[in-house]
Each structure stands twice: as structure tokens, then as C-alpha cells.
Design a protein around this ligand. Sequence first.
Ligand SMILES: [Zn+2]
Length: 323
Amino acid sequence: MRERFPVFDLHCDTAVELSLQKKPWNSNDLHIDLDRGDRLLHHIQVYSFCCVYDEKGLPLAGYAAEERFIRALSDFYTQLDRHSDRVRLCRSAEDLIACTKEGKRAVFLSLEGPEAISCDPDRLDELKDLGFVMTTLTWNNPNLLAGPHTSDAGLTDLGKAFVRRAQQLGIVIDVSHLSEKAFWDLCDITSAPIVASHSNSRAICGHSRNLTDRQAKTIFNFGGLVGLNLYAPFLSLDGKADFDTVRRHIDHFLELGGEHHLALGGDLDGCDRLPAGFTGVESYNDLGRYLLESGMEEELVNHIFNNNAVHFFVQHLQKSRVG
Ligand SMILES: [Zn+2]
């Protein structure tokens, strides 16, 4: 039986936690560190910056959100420099391919909550220059662009302008946390595939953070990705989850046609309750083995763990460079 699996994970909150808790990236007690990533066959990770709530979970906006974002990003650039022998910041398909050749791990940046750039479409150029390849439209709070998953608010005119500018620049729109109304408003105007970086199936776990079947099918039909979230209450409403619970979400998304669109989006370091047996990024090896042992084809595990996301980002980033 295989011991090590390739992992491309679409969402973690590790970067901000490293900054807030002043912890080293190479080895720490968070869910992700470089040493434990080495236990995987390879580790490609989207590091997301969510700077719109404080330590007590209260909303941050305006200067407070921007200040937290600048500090966390500055700290993360320092970490990238310090570990440049092991990691590489990827802005393009070429960067991703070079990482594989050099045996380095690929790091992508995404924004969760555009309050950090004052929800301003004109600041998306700045975001791209900083190395970001993806952004959500909201976190859990309503903002100038759209409503979150707990609301009925759709996409505002500013939200539509934000989406258009992001897609012109080749920045992927991430619909995790978005309201259903805003999701459908987005689908009316999108000119590029969309991603739900860390959202599960609402048919399996009826939480508003999860995707309805119609939403998931639409993302698949657009050529986008859905990343499986490992936060236990998004896997099962009673918060009790194990690898079999994860498998139920996978099986349901596969029934909807997700074979080439399903990916990982663990929400690691953004959540405090993981499935039984999952302790951190190294546990993806255990999940991979479990899926093989429970009868899943190896090729399909590789698609979900790595290939689908690699294919999407190579395609998307190549397209964005040309356009
Ligand atoms: Zn999130």
C-alpha cells in the first residue's frame, strides 16, 4: 500500500496564524509546517489571508483589516525568503512547473475577505502584484461587494465591477463563504471558471457554508474546482466526523460529475475540529490510504488530491498571462 500522496490543498489559514502567534514555518504545533509537509509525496498549498476578524472573532474592517493584512503578508514574505531553499512563491504556470523540477514546494497566495483591500476593484492590480492568484468576495460578514452564506444579499454593482476586474487580471474568484443569491448573480456575469476552495456538500451536511447540488454541478460545468473542507461541523452537523464522513462528501460530489473538479481545501489552521485521526497536513497520507483501502481507484485519489488542481492552475495561469 502506498505510504505517501501528492497534495494540492486550496485553502489554509496558516500564514496569518504564523504571523499572529509568531511561530516558525519549518516546524511548529499548527496544522501545517514544512517538516510535516515533507512527509507527503509533494505539497502544493494555497495560503489564504483572512484578516477580517480579531482574536475574539469580532469583525475587522477599514484600517484594522488592512493593517493586519499588511503585517501578516510582510511576515510571510520574510518566511518565504528564509525558506527559499524549500519553497517558491508561484504566480504563473511556469513557477509551478519550475517548483516540481527543483523539488521545491509550491506556494500560492489567496485573499479571504476583500476588506483587506477596502473592497476596491482598483486595488486588485496591487493584489496581483503582491502575488495573489485568488480571492473570495466575502468572509462571514456582509461587505460592499456581496452577502455571506448566512444572508440573502446578492452581488452589488461594486461586486460585479470587482469580479470583472479580477477576472481581467486572471485572479480566480473563490465562492466559499458567499451567499447563494450572490453565487447565482456571479454565475450570470462570470467570464472564467470559479472555485469553491473550502466547501462541502449541503446534501450530505446541511450547513449554509456548504454547496447545494445545483451549485456544485454549475461549478463543475464551468470547469472550476471544489475543495473538500475538513472542519468537522461542515462534514457533519453534529460535529462528529471521521474519514468515512469525508468519503461520503467525495462520493456525493462524484455522483454529480466531480471526478475532474474535486480537490482538497482542508481549512487547516482555520478550524479547531478535524475528522478523527486527522492531526495536520501529514494526515493526508492517512486519508489517501483510507480511500484506497475502502476501494477507491488510485487514479481517482490522485485526481482529487493533486491532478485536478494542478490542471486547473496550469490552465488558468497560462490563460491569464496571455490575456
Ligand atoms: Zn474560510
